[in-house]
Design a protein around this ligand. Structure first.
Ligand SMILES: Nc1c(NC[C@H](O)[C@H](O)[C@H](O)CO)[nH]c(=O)[nH]c1=O
Ligand SMILES: CC(=O)[C@@H](O)COP(=O)(O)O
Length: 220
C-alpha cells in the first residue's frame, strides 16, 4: 500500500517518470518483475529520478522519510556488463547464458556493452571475475556455472569455492559480481533452473546485475 501511495504521488507530480518506470514505482503491480526477481519492499524514488531535473521538487515532497536509494532497471544506457560462464556442464550453463543475454536484450542493453568470457569450470570463475572487475571497464559482472553433485565431496569444494570466490571478487574489485552459479543435487534440478519449471537463474542474475550496476554507479 505504501508503495502504491508513493507511486501515485509520483504519477501526479511527474507522470512521465512514473509511467516510464512501472517496475520501480508500481512494484506491487508488476507481476513479471516480481516473479523473477526479489523487488525491494520499500517504495522509493529511484536514483534515476533523483538526478532528474524534471522531478526535483517531487523528491522533496514525496520523500518524507530518509533518502532511499534503488537501482533503476530502465535507465540502462551506457551500463557495461561482463558475463563469466563456465563450460563444465555446458548443457546447463549455455541455457543460463542465453537467459542472461535475452534479459539484457529485453532491458535494452546493447550487445556491444556485453562481454562474455568462457572459463573451464566454476572453480575458475572468481579469479577471472576479479580481474575483469579491476579493469574498471564493467559496471557489473555475472558469474554463471552449474555445480552438480557427484559421488564424492568434490561438489562441496567447487560449490563453496565458487560462492566465496565470487563474493570476494566483488568485494576486492568494488564491482558487483552476481552469483549465477547453480548448486544442484542432480541434472534435473539444474535444467529446471535453466529455463525449465523453476525459471532461468541466468535471467534472474541479469536483472540483479542491472539493478546493482545502476545502484553502484550512483554511489560515489
Ligand atoms: N564438477 C564440477 C566442476 N568441476 C571442475 C572445476 O570447476 C574446475 O574446473 C577443476 O577442478 C579445475 O580447477 N565445475 C563445475 O562448474 N561444475 C561441476 O559440477
Ligand atoms: C561436482 C563435481 O565436481 C562432480 O563432477 C564430481 O563428481 P565425483 O564427486 O563423482 O567425482
Amino acid at each position: 500500500m505504501a508503495s502504491f501511495t508513493a507511486a501515485y504521488k509520483l504519477s501526479l507530480v511527474c507522470p512521465s517518470l512514473a509511467s516510464s518506470s512501472p517496475q520501480h514505482f508500481l512494484p506491487s503491480l508488476n507481476k513479471s518483475i516480481l516473479s523473477i526477481s526479489p523487488t525491494p519492499s520499500f517504495s522509493s524514488i529511484s536514483l534515476a529520478s533523483i538526478g532528474n531535473p524534471r522531478c526535483g521538487s517531487l523528491i522533496a515532497s514525496a520523500a518524507a522519510g530518509p533518502k532511499r536509494l534503488l537501482g533503476s532497471l530502465t535507465s540502462t544506457q551506457g551500463l557495461k556488463f561482463a558475463v563469466v560462464v563456465a563450460r563444465f556442464n555446458e548443457i546447463v550453463t549455455s541455457l543460463l547464458l542465453e537467459g542472461a543475454l535475452e534479459t539484457f536484450r529485453r532491458y535494452s542493453i546493447k550487445e556491444e556493452d556485453i562481454t562474455v568470457v568462457s572459463v573451464p569450470g566454476s572453480f575458475e570463475i572468481p579469479v577471472v571475475a576479479q580481474k575483469l572487475g579491476k579493469t574498471g571497464a564493467y559496471d557489473a559482472i555475472i558469474c554463471i556455472g552449474a555445480v552438480i553433485r557427484g559421488d564424492t565431496t568434490h561438489y562441496d569444494a567447487v560449490a563453496n569455492s565458487a560462492a566465496s570466490g565470487v563474493l570476494s571478487a566483488g568485494l576486492s574489485s568494488g564491482v558487483p559480481c552476481i552469483f549465477g552459479v547453480l548448486t544442484c543435487d542432480d541434472m534435473d534440478q539444474a535444467l529446471n533452473r535453466a529455463g525449465g519449471k523453476s525459471g532461468n537463474k541466468g535471467a534472474e542474475a541479469a536483472i540483479t546485475a542491472i539493478e546493482m550496476a545502476s545502484l553502484c554507479k550512483s554511489i560515489i
